[in-house]
Ligand binder design. Structure first.
Ligand code: ATP
Length: 224
């Protein structure tokens, strides 16, 4: 009975799409990080939460650098890399960031080092960035896979943001204004490798799963 259970568990472990991938460390460095983008409220977090839940050992977000002070409970290296402004600027001048931005007087950036740390840990790096981040990352040598999550319509987007209950009137309007820019950029040929229209969430998730998992499977089959 125990042997039967063990063999069932072992066969599931063996067939898990990440297993062969983890065995070959050199192949890790060949896996393209995933850059996911889309208007606020399009469903990026919803889709990624599903993906991370289904494959808890495969994916990780990179840890950003910031010049803002840590909040209570935040851990350096886990929540953020907290750095002084002069160190942040030095990193910019050295070309260490894939993208950086400024909010409320603080600087934030995704470093190449943070992405490499995830790749070395045996996970596939996921970057959730807004449209300017996508444009910036494209200027670097990061060989990423770009995925755009598109709402079925602006009307749906508005309803979802209202339904989420996280926005004030002002921030809702700001997000809808920004959505225009993101949707226009996504219309440009070559802007993204994949566009997922998040109408039915199950259909959208299946598309994301296929895009991501097929790559990992091909690596585990020794193609990398
Ligand atoms: N296919 C869908 N149909 C209906 N509602 C959806 C769908 N996908 C996501 N939602 C809902 O829309 C809201 C916005 O989704 P989510 O928070 O995942 O968006 P997001 O793109 O991650 O936004 P942000 O960039 O602001 O973090 C949530 O309340 C979510 O439950």
């Amino acid at each position: 009975m125990i042997a039967f259970k063990f063999s069932r568990i072992w066969s599931r472990f063996q067939s898990h799409p990440c297993q062969g991938f983890f065995r070959n460390l050199s192949s890790l460095m060949a896996v393209q990080p995933i850059v996911i983008s889309g208007p606020s409220g399009s469903g990026k977090s919803t889709l990624l939460t599903r993906l991370f839940k289904e494959f808890p050992n495969c994916f990780a977000f990179s840890v950003s650098h910031t010049t803002r002070k840590p909040r209570e409970g935040e851990i350096h290296g886990k929540d953020y890399f907290f750095v002084a402004m002069e160190d942040f600027e030095k990193m910019i001048s050295e070309g260490s960031f894939l993208e950086d931005a400024q909010f409320s007087g603080n600087r934030y950036g995704t470093s190449k080092m943070a992405v490499e740390m995830i790749q070395k840990s045996g996970k596939l790096c996921v970057l959730d960035v807004e449209v300017n981040g996508v444009k910036n990352i494209k200027q670097t040598d990061l060989n990423a896979k770009y995925i755009f999550v598109k709402p079925p319509s602006l009307e749906d987007l508005k309803k979802r943001l209202e339904g989420r209950g996280t926005e004030s009137m002002e921030s809702l309007q700001k997000r809808l204004d920004t959505a225009h820019e993101a949707l226009q950029y996504a219309e440009q040929p070559g802007s993204y490798d994949h566009v997922i229209v998040n109408d039915d969430v199950d259909v959208a998730y299946d598309q994301l799963r296929k895009i991501v998992i097929d790559d990992i499977k091909s690596l585990s089959n020794g193609n990398a």
